[in-house]
Design a protein around this ligand. Structure first.
Ligand code: ADP
Length: 492
């Protein structure tokens, strides 16, 4: 037992004292019986024990009573398979101070060999702050409105919130440690795993699978549509991924229903249009006969008719004429956006207006009206439709005038990427409550005796503007006049 014994086993105290003293954390060295062999000053400070009181004691004296038995088992397990590792992965560990108070700790264990003997060095850190922060993070996660799933670099679920339990029907303990693919339908799992690898290589905050339909899979195997946004989460173990999962079943159902409505509406619109077209087209011929023959009859009877017969003939002709107008209006309406000649081109509105004024020349003169216009732009549109639009608005402006001669002004200007045009009159005006309804088909504010018409004109204007991707509306003051505004796209 002299100092010169060649194979003298170096005592861990001697070898490691200086080393553990300089460690930032508390370090406790124990032998395979669990007896404390060495501690550093940080250990004294952390646990409130004097060094001398600890040496020779069982390590379990630093562990709360309720964990001691289990701790011994773990200790034995460590010594039977000694390797460096963090202690109690995924479990909250607690230390016991001399005064009986407990505090959260994080521990890593390393085996130390001294000759034949094996020791365990436990490096212990006070985790109060970290666990508080982690708790705060978890609380935050719980209050999130979406299901939150946190996945590590290997794609294993590390943390989920209550919303995930509710959405997917799993208890959270079951999910922790599972590949995140358990939450998606089987047929997309492989693809997902590949995408996941891709994400980990370039993690950013983004929507997942933009433009694609994503599905979640519940525990019972049923699937539901989801929206997912991903964000990277820096941790000590690398960049994890936070996925916010939202169940969009309700929205999708509403969307689907809306689309179905739109399809139905489109179909019934098409049917109606076809019906209107065929009906009006087929009505034209007999009507022409009616008008023509009543005219012939009038001529044949010449001046030999009594007053009443002449009046009846006039009614027939008037009725036929009105019906012709109505049918012509309906045909025009059903033609908007459908005619072969209706290609969108650059249309000079000055030319359109000149033609319209020429067509309305006799009405303008008969009413001693003035029509003034500022230079108009060239727009992107269908010339024949734009011509109808101006004609209807100007005809109305000439028709709904007060006692004095009608005055119509036309102008417009560029606003952003489109043109804003207007047709103004100083006529009878329109009550504010009727500003929208007048654009509906057959909605008229007057009888035929007051002002002739069919109630189709503004519906036609509205459809034409819509077909051009624009908007039409009216500003008016009863007794002072109306301004019809509309927007059209710039020529491309
Ligand atoms: P119509 O002119 O054949 O009656 P419209 O669809 O062109 O049908 O117009 C619908 C209704 O809107 C008209 O009956 C009229 O009451 C009102 N209206 C349209 N334009 C004007 C206007 N410039 N001034 C006053 N009222 C108008």
């Amino acid at each position: 037992m002299s100092q010169t014994t060649p194979n003298r086993e170096p005592l861990p105290e001697e070898t490691y004292r200086a080393l553990i003293e300089s460690a930032p954390d508390a370090v406790v060295l124990i032998n395979s019986d669990g007896s404390i062999v060495l501690v550093n000053e940080q250990t004294e400070r952390l646990f409130g024990h004097a060094r001398a009181d600890l040496l020779g004691c069982k390590i379990e004296s630093l562990v709360p009573m309720r964990y001691r038995e289990r701790h011994q088992l773990y200790r034995d397990r460590f010594f039977s398979d000694p390797k460096f590792r963090p202690m109690g992965m995924g479990v909250d560990l607690w230390g016991l101070r001399r005064d009986g108070s407990e505090f959260p700790v994080e521990i890593s264990l390393s085996p130390i060999r001294a000759g034949e003997r094996l020791y365990a060095a436990a490096s212990i850190r006070d985790a109060t702050e970290r666990r508080k922060a982690a708790q705060k993070f978890r609380d935050l996660l719980e209050t999130a409105p979406d299901g939150m799933v946190i996945v590590n670099t290997k794609g294993l679920i590390q943390l989920v919130n209550a919303q995930v339990e509710r959405l997917f029907g799993y208890k959270r303990d079951v999910l922790i440690g599972q590949p995140v693919e358990v939450l998606i339908p089987e047929d997309t799992r492989e693809q997902h795993a590949n995408h996941r690898d891709g994400y980990i290589e370039a993690p950013t905050l983004r929507e997942m699978g933009t433009g694609k339909e994503l599905w979640g899979r519940r525990k019972d195997g049923s699937r539901f549509p989801v929206e997912i946004s991903l964000s990277p989460l820096e941790t000590e173990e690398g960049t994890w991924t936070t996925a916010a999962v939202r169940d969009v079943s309700d929205r999708k159902a509403a969307d689907d229903q809306l689309q179905q409505y739109a399809r139905n509406l489109e179909r019934s619109n098409r049917d109606l249009e076809r019906f209107a077209y065929i009906a009006s087209h087929d009505l034209q011929a007999p009507l022409r006969n009616l008008a023509g023959f009543s005219q012939l009859l009038g001529r044949k009877l010449g001046g030999d008719v009594d007053k009443e017969t002449a009046e009846f003939l006039e009614f027939i002709q008037g009725g036929a004429h009105q019906m012709q107008e109505l049918i012509e209006g309906l045909l025009q309406l059903s033609r908007v956006g459908r005619t072969v000649s209706g290609k969108m081109t650059a249309v000079d509105l000055n030319e359109v207006l000149t033609n319209v004024e020429w067509r309305l020349k006799s009405v303008i003169e008969a009413r001693s009206a003035t029509v003034e216009s500022a230079p108009l732009p060239t727009v992107h549109g269908v010339a024949s439709e734009l011509s109808q639009l101006f004609q209807n608005l100007i005809e109305n402006a000439l028709k709904f005038h007060r006692d004095e001669a009608p005055r119509v002004e036309i102008g417009g200007g560029k606003e952003g990427g489109f043109h804003h045009l207007w047709v103004r009159d100083y006529g009878i005006g329109i009550p504010a409550a009727k500003n929208e309804i007048i654009f509906q088909i057959f909605k008229r504010l007057h009888t035929n005796e007051e002002y002739e018409g069919t109630g189709i004109g503004l519906a036609l204007c509205s459809r034409i503007v819509q077909h051009h991707g624009g908007r039409i509306w009216v500003e008016s003051e009863p007794g002072a006049g109306s301004t019809f505004h509309f927007t059209l796209a710039d020529a491309v």
